[in-house]
Design a binder for this molecule. Structure first.
Ligand SMILES: Nc1ncnc2c1ncn2[C@@H]1O[C@H](COP(=O)(O)OP(=O)(O)OP(=O)(O)O)[C@@H](O)[C@H]1O
Length: 274
């Protein structure tokens, strides 16, 4: 294990957040409370506004209305640098400069902490090593980023977010491109960090397993929120996703799993296009 001082978790609260794009209400009056140290999931159908909301909450993307606080601090009162020391954002698809080595790319996460005369400090190097170690990419630290597979790129982008050493980490579909083992490892890692985590997710079972609370977004509004078993009720899933869900209890673990009625199973083979 590489020793690095723990990061104090930072809470996020949002009130009546609204985003309009081209005259259309994409986010329509969202309230959200993410307690310090908690893991909160944001789920919703494609196009429901998850990415737009996450970007608004971290001060990126189109202008938003409403208030957002990181801890006690109003988002709009923070300089970009101060904000980047409080919250790390890992987008759904991240551009990677093509001529960097993996550890150089991850070191970009240290920029909010850097002073011109202090680049390459031991603390920065330790944070980069620790982040690469955490996502299982230490062995490829000196590889060019161009050589990475999709899943490896994703893990390296996540390492950059972790190396930023923020008390709040906001991630847009962090498990995209990851195989099942790396999905579980990554979510376990995020839980163990002790930081506040807010992440958009598509896998409802993973969200239920890993999150303390879940927000369900539908057409730019929060339709349900609370503990996973409350927010991801069969009724909410039918209304928001238009699917019939069933809850199964795993008697060994006591955990509830969602299964979904397979409507395709009712389509006879060869008749899919009728
Ligand atoms: N820059 C933009 N210009 C125009 N429309 C936009 C822009 N950004 C987002 N939208 C629209 O806002 C809506 C919400 O998009 P957003 O990406 O936030 O949804 P999402 O829930 O993250 O979707 P997905 O699950 O598919 O990633 C979509 O209809 C999208 O087309």
């Amino acid at each position: 294990m590489i020793p690095v001082a723990p990061v104090a978790p930072v809470s996020l609260s949002a009130a009546d957040v609204r985003v309009r794009i081209d005259g259309r209400a994409i986010i329509d009056g969202v309230d959200m409370q993410v307690d310090a140290g908690s893991v909160v999931g944001l789920v919703g159908p494609n196009g429901s506004g998850k990415s737009t909301l996450l970007r608004a909450l971290v001060g990126l993307g189109p202008r938003h209305q409403g208030s957002v606080h990181l801890g006690d601090l109003a988002l709009e009162s923070l300089s970009a640098r101060r904000r980047a020391r409080l919250v790390a954002f890992v987008a759904q698809e991240e551009e990677m400069p093509s001529d960097l080595l993996v550890h150089e790319y991850v070191a970009l996460g240290r920029l909010p902490h850097a002073r011109p005369w202090s680049m390459g400090r031991a603390r920065d190097d330790r944070a980069v090593d620790k982040a690469l170690d955490a996502v299982g990419m230490a062995a490829l630290a000196h590889s060019p980023v161009d050589n990475l597979s999709g899943g490896e790129r994703r893990r390296v982008v996540l390492a950059r977010g972790l190396a930023q050493d923020c008390g709040l980490v906001v991630l847009d579909e962090p498990t995209n491109h990851l195989d099942i083992r790396h999905q579980l490892e990554l979510l376990g890692l995020l839980r163990r960090q002790g930081r506040t985590i807010l992440m958009a997710m598509h896998d409802l079972n993973l969200a239920a397993a890993v999150c303390d609370r879940v927000y369900v977004l539908h057409e730019g509004k929060v339709l349900a929120h609370g503990a996973p078993e409350v927010a991801l009720s069969v009724e909410v899933l039918a209304e928001v996703f238009g699917v019939q869900a069933f809850r199964l209890e795993n008697v060994a673990t006591g955990r509830t799993h969602l299964v979904f009625e397979d409507t395709l199973a009712r389509v006879p083979r060869g008749e899919e296009t009728k």
